[in-house]
Design a protein around this ligand. Structure first.
Ligand code: G3P
Length: 217
């Protein structure tokens, strides 16, 4: 499985890329807005930092407009790694079908049910992004949704990849990977939480102390 970083902050992406653990990046309009920078400039910079897929979302509501917007994004950001993020609506499905016909990779976002995931796959989506945290927030199980989509896609030999999104905790990452998501896109904060363990820190401290006490340098 692969880990993507769910952020538009280039410093966070650089740090995670330096760790050697992320294969791609997902952005969304809220994450772009949080950085206060130009959309095209930000996404273009991100494509220079990571080697893998970078998702950039369209803002249009009509399918034909989404297709035009996707082409515009691809014209301004010349990267083979660009993936067009499309919201899970009827218009969005139309756009996914058209973009797939053009050979453009898509990531269908705001997926909250297996039915939506199946429709996105039938339209030709490269990726579907079920939102775990937002389902948990309303008392449903995000991980159960990942399990259901993964088993549905496996039974039907569907090649669309699952990106587990809206990740809140390291437990979400492990749970989504175990449930069959091919990709987990996680916030930088969760990545940092995954790196650290108090016993690792205590262990390093003790090794250094013992080394110095023995007069080694
Ligand atoms: O990028 C989509 C998704 O990961 C957003 O997560 O935390 O806003 O629910 P969140």
């Amino acid at each position: 499985m692969e880990l993507f970083l769910d952020t538009a902050n280039v410093e966070e992406i650089r740090h995670a890329a330096d760790m050697g653990v992320i294969c791609g990046v997902t952005t969304n309009p809220s994450l772009i807005a949080r950085e206060g920078r130009d959309f095209y400039e930000t996404v273009a910079e991100i494509t220079t930092i990571v080697d893998g897929p970078v998702s950039a979302e369209v803002m249009s509501e009509k399918g034909a407009d989404m297709v035009r917007e996707a082409q515009e994004i691809r014209k301004k950001i010349k990267s083979d790694n660009l993936v067009i993020k499309i919201p899970m609506t009827a218009e969005g499905l139309h756009a996914v079908r058209e973009l797939t016909r053009m050979g453009i990779r898509t990531n269908v976002t705001l997926v909250f049910s297996s039915a939506q995931a199946l429709l996105a796959a039938c339209a030709g989506a490269t990726y579907v992004s079920p939102f775990l945290g937002r389902l948990d927030d309303i008392g449903e199980s995000g991980l159960e949704l990942i399990r259901e989509i993964a088993s549905l896609f496996a039974v039907q030999h569907i090649g669309t990849k699952i990106i587990a999104a809206s990740i809140r905790t390291p437990g979400h990452v492990i749970g989504a990977a175990a449930a069959g998501a091919q990709v987990v896109t996680l916030p930088y904060k969760v990545l940092c939480q995954m790196v650290h363990h108090p016993l690792t820190d205590a262990g390093i401290e003790r090794f250094v102390k013992d080394w110095k006490a023995a007069g080694l340098s």
